[in-house]
Ligand binder design. Structure first.
Ligand code: ZN
Length: 234
């Protein structure tokens, strides 16, 4: 198939997907991942397991030194699905103008910049409004006080609510005609089923296919860890 024909077929696929999505009511399916609109829209449908992120902190070397002592290292508690990423034994307290959240997990490895990922409701507790951002996009974000066993830091930026996103290897993205940074719709079945729009594809070489949502998004759709959802409109 030449590339022009491929492009035309993709446009037809998209139009068809949109029309079917509009025509069908969503949800109520026994198989939460199954939905007629997705199945009919494409001959092959990309199923993605869900990974639910609770509030967490990524620390810089400098802030790690302040919070846990000079030269301290994160202790690995549990590996995450994404290669090299792990939940650490270490936790911190976040303190904002209105309140505090304790036992907030630190995720490893250390990063160039400290980043605090919270939900919108966590923001109400702290008195901080987290902007919706992709990881690492920290310009014009609020700061927070982070308290560890050996000290505390008041960051001037780095508090975000993470944009929902799907990690996948570059080859998988190519196979389904998806590009890094592309925004897709994801469909969830079941009693609280619906469509999550504005899901960003993050296609990188060493990643494992997984959709990351925060606890509030997961609860709104009754999603469980490792549950399969489908990429539909793109
Ligand atoms: Zn992620």
């Amino acid at each position: 198939m030449d590339s022009k024909q491929e492009t035309i077929e993709r446009i037809i696929d998209r139009a068809l997907a949109q029309r079917i999505m509009q025509a069908l009511s969503v949800g109520g399916s026994e198989n939460r991942a199954a939905n007629a609109s997705c199945v009919q829209a494409k001959t092959e449908v990309l199923q993605v397991p869900v990974g639910i992120s609770n509030r967490h902190v990524h620390l810089s070397r400098t802030d790690m030194d302040t919070l846990f002592g000079p030269g301290s290292a994160l202790r690995r508690k549990k590996a995450m699905k994404q290669p090299g990423q792990f939940a650490a034994e270490e936790t911190v307290t976040l303190k904002g103008p209105k309140g505090a959240l304790s036992k907030v997990r630190v995720l490893g490895p250390l990063r160039p910049e400290t980043q605090v990922e919270i939900s919108i409701a966590d923001g109400f507790v702290l008195g901080i409004k987290p902007p919706l951002r992709m990881s690492g996009q920290l310009d014009d974000t609020p700061g927070v006080e982070i308290i560890g066993p050996q000290g505390s830091v008041k960051t001037t930026q780095g508090v975000i609510a993470a944009m929902r996103h799907i990690h996948m290897p570059v080859e998988t993205a190519a196979q389904f005609g998806l590009r890094n940074g592309e925004v897709v719709d994801v469909e969830v079945g079941g009693e609280r089923g619906g469509v999550l729009r504005q899901v960003v594809v993050r296609a990188t070489g060493d990643s494992v296919t997984e959709m990351h949502v925060d606890v509030e998004e997961a609860n709104a759709f009754s999603l469980q860890n490792d549950e399969l959802v489908r990429i539909c409109g793109y």
